[in-house]
Design a protein around this ligand. Structure first.
Ligand code: FES
Ligand code: FES
Length: 219
């Protein structure tokens, strides 16, 4: 018969049988469920698959979270520790809204994994000051109207505080004309050094005024 080999199996019958076998192989009973694992020996404590405990020091306090090891510092702060002052703008290292300080240096928290920062001293905007006791940079931003919507502001403030320390330490920038002398605090220096923090509201001139005032008071 056409379409039937010498064993008496038709093409249609062969395909139907193969489909049945495939369904059985991947059916609910045989399918591995996400997170499924072999039964643990009785009494053994099994860590949650894919998660790891991380111990951080944030704003002077010890904080712990159980996170996927691929979790960024930003998501750990916002989603796991409810420190939502640091903002997620681009999540790609392009806007600076997520800037925090790690051991005094400014860092895009969306570009670094929390698990990499055990033992580091992390400072977020919540650790810089409080409404009733503002950090001088926060107070200067208020005074000079250095924001409109405020979304970039926590990152701008963390960045500017660390940036002034960089100038004090003599770290040059692209705008530093004399690499043999200490960087001078000019508007060009401030603008260049703050260029990693984008403000979609365009409050830049007021931000420069705020930073300049703080820097002059610190001098
Ligand atoms: Fe991190 Fe934009 S959210 S740089
Ligand atoms: Fe709106 Fe900067 S104040 S983005």
């Amino acid at each position: 018969m056409q379409g039937q080999d010498e064993l008496g199996v038709s093409r249609r019958g062969l395909l139907a049988g193969a489909a049945t076998c495939t369904t059985a192989a991947v059916g609910p009973a045989a399918q591995a469920q996400p997170g499924a694992q072999a039964a643990a020996p009785s009494g053994a404590v099994q860590p949650t698959p894919g998660l790891s405990k991380v111990s951080l020091r944030i704003n002077g306090q010890a904080r712990a979270a159980e996170i996927d090891t691929r979790t960024t510092l930003l998501d750990t702060l916002r989603e796991h520790l409810k420190l939502t002052g640091s903002k997620k703008g681009c999540d790609h290292g392009q806007c600076g809204a997520c800037t925090v300080m790690v051991n005094g240096r400014r860092v895009y928290s969306c570009l670094t994994l929390a698990i990499m920062h055990e033992g580091d001293e992390i400072t977020t905007i919540e650790g810089l000051g409080q409404p009733e006791n503002l950090h001088p940079m926060q107070a200067a931003f208020v005074k000079h109207d250095g924001y409109q919507c405020g979304y970039c502001t926590p990152g701008q403030i963390c960045s500017s505080v660390a940036m002034l320390e960089e100038i004090k330490a003599g770290v040059p920038s692209h705008a530093t004309s004399d690499l043999t002398a200490a960087p001078r605090l000019t508007a060009d220096e401030i603008r260049e050094r703050m260029s990693g923090n984008i403000c979609r509201c365009g409050a830049y001139s007021n931000i420069v005024d705020a930073i300049t005032e703080v820097a002059e008071k610190q001098a």
